[in-house]
Design a protein around this ligand. Structure first.
Ligand code: CMC
Length: 392
């Protein structure tokens, strides 16, 4: 009609103002509240990053302690939520379970759903940050047929998550600090990424003043797709499918062939037209973890490094500015830690929860807030008269 701007995929439409995360895709720069991601990954902790994303500043020692206390107070889920898990098939995808259980939180926490009340918004936010690791770990335990492990509030955020996933009754489980650090870094690197598909989904859902838990469930659902959060699972599956370095050229050729739907998973990004700064940190972490666990000759890492080298020199990838993204190396770390690929995207979801919440809170508190309502260019049938079924 000429009345609307047509922008499929929102490649050039800003849908909001935001002060949370900044990306310079050409430089390959990512800042949370102004702080470079590599500095945060090296020096900070995920819980501190959560505070930063939510409240805009790094916390003082006292603020951090208080925030940690507020989070740990809410790490357990309602005992009745355990029944949800039992209703799923054992082989259900963890993302199917997490989508359902996060949505179901809306049925339990009625005292944190009046979004016009900032205090209720705050409790809803803290509850989600606190409970997502428990919910994701329970999905894992259910899939392997082991009893659920309750959270341990004396442990830091990442160690507690690893404990809930890998501790078994009557056996001592000690979280290795190098592994906990790698886990914590994975959380930090995934914590927010401005207006990506799942965050935009959370904002759009929230724009109708919907229940906050339901909005985050919508974000989880969107994240699941292989073009988004599902890429970490797809990337490791691809590296395994390639298997050995000598098979790389065959897969590079397939990725370049426009008649073949195959893409190099973990490669390319809508915004980064340079090396994804998260991938650089992730690659370093992958080496650390593999060194520690004694799998430095890991064939998957070898395939990943060689594939990256070949792709970065190939004119097809160079011209299109396709670089490894965050998901290219995260799967190698998660695999080395002991997670099955089906858990990768669920771990991404738990890491991204704080970003979704920070963005949701920012939107709800925005005096300019309006319900999200994109327009369309209609290209269907023109007006016509109903035809009775006997005449069709
Ligand atoms: N392998 C081969 N070719 C690719 C790839 C790839 N991974 N990614 C993009 N291209 C090509 C694409 O075919 C197109 O070529 P041409 O111009 O000749 O038609 C060109 O590069 C531009 O691609 P596009 O699909 O228009 O770009 P987009 O911005 O719409 O898509 C993307 C971005 C991330 C969906 C895409 O690069 C992709 O599918 N990558 C693989 C999946 C992936 O790793 N996703 C994770 C993204 S980072 C984490 C997250 O956000 O969750």
């Amino acid at each position: 009609t000429g009345l609307f701007t047509y922008d499929p995929g929102f490649t050039s439409t800003a849908a909001c103002d935001s002060a949370i995360t900044y990306i310079d895709g050409d430089k390959g720069e990512l800042l949370y509240r102004g702080y470079p991601i590599d500095q945060l990954a090296d020096n900070s902790s995920y819980i501190e990053v959560c505070y930063l994303l939510l409240y805009g500043e790094l916390p003082s020692k006292a603020d951090l302690r208080d925030f940690e206390n507020r989070v740990t107070r809410h790490t357990m889920v309602h005992e009745q939520m355990h029944y949800f898990y039992r209703g799923f098939r054992r082989d259900a995808h963890p993302m199917a379970i997490v989508t359902g259980v996060v949505g179901a939180m809306a049925a339990f926490y009625h005292d944190s759903t009046d979004i016009s009340d900032p205090e209720q918004r705050e409790i809803a936010s803290i509850r989600m940050i606190a409970k997502l690791p428990t919910i994701v770990a329970m999905a894992y335990k259910y899939s392997v047929g082991q009893p659920f492990v309750y959270p341990r509030n004396d442990l830091d955020y990442a160690s507690n998550f690893l404990h809930m996933c890998f501790a078994v009754p009557a056996e001592e489980y000690k979280v290795d600090p190098v592994v906990a650090r790698a886990m914590d870094r994975i959380f930090t690197l995934h914590a927010d990424h401005e207006q990506n598909a799942s965050t935009s989904t959370v904002r759009l859902s929230g724009s109708s003043d919907a229940n906050p838990f339901a909005c985050i469930a919508a974000g989880v659902a969107c994240l699941w797709g292989p073009a988004h959060g599902g890429a970490n699972e797809a990337a490791l599956n691809m590296l395994r499918q390639i298997g050995t370095v000598d098979r790389i050229p065959e897969f590079i050729a397939r990725a370049k062939d426009k008649n073949d739907p195959f893409r190099l998973m973990g490669f390319g990004h809508r915004v980064y037209k340079n090396y994804d700064p998260r991938a650089a940190v992730m690659q370093e972490s992958a080496r650390e973890v593999l060194d520690l666990l004694g799998v430095e000759n890991n064939p998957t890492l070898q395939v990943a490094q060689e594939l990256e080298k070949i792709a970065l020199e190939d004119p097809y990838f160079v011209e299109r500015k396709l670089y490894p993204n965050v998901d290219f190396y995260s799967g190698i770390i998660l695999d080395a830690i002991g997670f099955p690929t089906s858990m990768f995207t669920a771990i991404f979801a738990l890491s991204r929860t704080v970003g979704w919440i920070a963005q949701w809170k920012e939107m709800i508190g925005d005096p300019q807030k309006k319900i999200g309502r994109p327009r369309q260019l209609y290209n269907g049938a023109t007006k016509r008269d109903y035809v009775d079924i006997s005449a069709r």
